[in-house]
Write a protein that binds this ligand. Structure first.
Ligand SMILES: [Zn+2]
Length: 264
């Protein structure tokens, strides 16, 4: 198939999936546009790129829909955004992967696959950890001090979430290997995925912006609390919100996958 045919097929496929996801409230309107662009670039780069993106998208969507109502109930005081992913969330998770897919089209070379799929493995590991952790992980604890905190708090961990993180990275590495990237790439992206998700947790526990609701006297990541009160910046770097942390985690996944893939 030529590049033009793949691009047009990818556009049709990505737009169809994005429209369904929009109607199922898994993506917002802007999120659907961003997902269409990423899906088109991935398919244009090659079917194996499309397959790993579908593996990330469908596994993450299924896990977010699993026990969605109790999870939203448990985390709505804390988390900034719900399951209806907007363009920033989509780009924070899939942007590095899409740029590497574009790179592979323009200047074909092996490292693009390591970096791109490594970034996507980090997004997969982090999403699986969050969705499984908030569904069945019980009360999470901070990684420094092991203090119990509300579900959805960035930088907090649970055993179920941590197991899901490693499984998510291994899942994406396995799909990548079977999709036509070789096992060297598959193994390297598992390492990148775990490292990126760990970086996400560490940043969440340290530099990520923390806010405070003066009415509820409660910590939160929301700019406007679920009670309607405007919250105040309290800790961390104000610009480093959850999307910025996810993006950083993907860059970390790309770099570690590149390093591991080069030495193995
Ligand atoms: Zn409040």
């Amino acid at each position: 198939m030529t590049l033009l045919t793949r691009t047009l097929t990818g556009l049709a496929l990505a737009a169809a999936i994005a429209i369904v996801a929009r109607h199922a409230r898994s993506l917002s309107g802007t999120g659907a546009w961003a997902a269409t662009v990423i899906g088109t670039l991935a398919t244009a780069a090659g079917w194996r790129w499309c397959v790993v993106l579908l593996a990330f998208f469908f596994s993450s969507t299924l896990l977010s829909r699993w026990r969605r109502a109790p999870k939203e109930q448990a985390t709505r005081a804390v988390v900034e955004k719900g399951g209806n992913r907007d363009a920033w969330q989509v780009l924070a998770n899939g942007g590095v992967f899409a740029l590497c897919a574009l790179g592979a089209i323009v200047v074909p070379s092996a490292p693009w696959a390591l970096a791109g799929v490594g970034a996507l493995a980090a997004a997969t590991a982090d999403t699986w950890a969050t969705e499984v952790g908030t569904a069945i992980g019980g009360i999470p604890r901070t990684i420094f001090g092991w203090v119990p905190v509300p579900a959805g708090t960035s930088g907090a961990v649970s055993w179920a979430g941590t197991l899901a993180m490693v499984t998510g990275a291994a899942f994406l590495g396995t799909v990548a290997a079977y999709a036509g990237f070789d096992w060297r790439v598959g193994g390297a992206v598992v390492a990148g995925g775990v490292a990126g998700a760990l970086a996400d947790t560490l940043l969440g526990a340290t530099l990520q912006a923390g806010r405070w609701c003066p009415a509820c006297l409660a910590p939160t990541e929301r700019k406007v609390h679920h009670c309607g009160t405007v919250t105040a910046h309290r800790a961390g770097w104000e610009f480093l919100d959850n999307d910025a942390v996810n993006l950083t985690s993907c860059v970390g996944g790309a770099v570690v996958a590149l390093l591991v893939g080069r030495v193995t």
